[in-house]
Design a protein around this ligand. Sequence first.
Ligand code: ATP
Ligand code: MG
Length: 224
Amino acid sequence: RTPLIVLRGYLEMMVDEGGEKNGNTGALQSWQMPIKEMSTQAVRMGRIIEDLLKLARVESEGLQQKQEVINVPQLLASLVANAQKTDDKNRQISHEFDQSLFLHGRPGELESVFGNLIDNAMQYTPEGGVIKVRWWVDETAAYFSVSDTGIGIDAKYIPRLTERFYRVDPGRSSASGGTGLGLAIVKHCLEHHDAELQVASEINVGSSFTCRFPRYRVHLRTAA
Ligand code: ATP
Ligand code: MG
């Protein structure tokens, strides 16, 4: 991480100081484009490294992380509030939580799972779309789902989504900064919770990602 932080720092300085408004012309000026591009790519590389480190952590020590009974509705409420606050595309983000539904698991991992799926819905749903976050239980399992009215995914790509670095449309998602590690992290974290991911999607209609947690992890609490 540190070497990249140094590179990024100097590149940003060069972008700031090399511009025309600082009276630079000629050679210095013509390097502005490549320097900006290097700076952008260095930021991306930083994100990839963060994600890889996270994935490595999840894989190696995930199972040692302490398990506890997690107030999932509370965790989700804060993730949804954050999505609503940062939404700059006028989407309708709604939620429907079973307030009494708690889960036995590893809080850091579950936050990664829920956060990544909400992030994806935000990333792949255009202006004015609808995003719904749900958390409910039936006789056999607890379910978390995020559905969106976004760009959708062709059925033939769905089996590959959880591979590391896999992106359906690398051109488009690199423009939006994705590295293709989010769902790989989700998959690993879910495996640690004996849970599974179900994906349903249709191009230009939308997607829904559902996590199914076995019933023995469920703790029903009456709200305080
Ligand atoms: P990041 O590592 O930043 O999460 P990413 O979002 O590209 O990058 P994943 O979260 O692993 O990577 O998702 C993999 C690919 O699956 C995405 O690049 C995108 O093509 C597709 N995808 C995931 N979620 C959605 C969604 N809600 N709607 C449409 N496509 C999606
Ligand atoms: Mg993602």
